[in-house]
Design a protein around this ligand. Structure first.
Ligand SMILES: [Zn+2]
Ligand SMILES: [Zn+2]
Ligand SMILES: [Zn+2]
Length: 87
């Protein structure tokens, strides 16, 4: 059971870039991609060395990300540390 109260902060977002936009800017590589469900920021996961998706949360407090990997529908709320099987 999740008690996440942030689902109303999700929007119909358009991915901001084809890859992690912050890694692309600095010419670095990522492992997996995560999509911010509030603004469409594409960042890299915590297995990537730059962890841009988590940094984006700390900078913006946008709480919910969704996996941006093909065929993956799961999501995650940073504030509640809650996983969703599909978003
Ligand atoms: Zn939440
Ligand atoms: Zn990155
Ligand atoms: Zn965002």
């Amino acid at each position: 059971m999740t008690t996440c109260t942030h689902l109303n902060q999700m929007r119909e977002v358009k991915p901001s870039a084809r890859g992690c936009e912050d890694c692309l800017r600095i010419g670095d590589a990522w492992v997996h991609l995560r999509l911010c469900k509030t603004c469409g920021h594409v960042g890299c996961c915590d297995s990537s060395k730059n962890k841009h998706a988590t940094k984006h949360f700390h900078q913006t407090e946008h709480p919910i990300i969704k996996s941006h990997e093909p065929g993956e529908e799961w999501g995650y709320c940073y504030v509640d540390d809650a996983f969703f099987e599909s978003l």
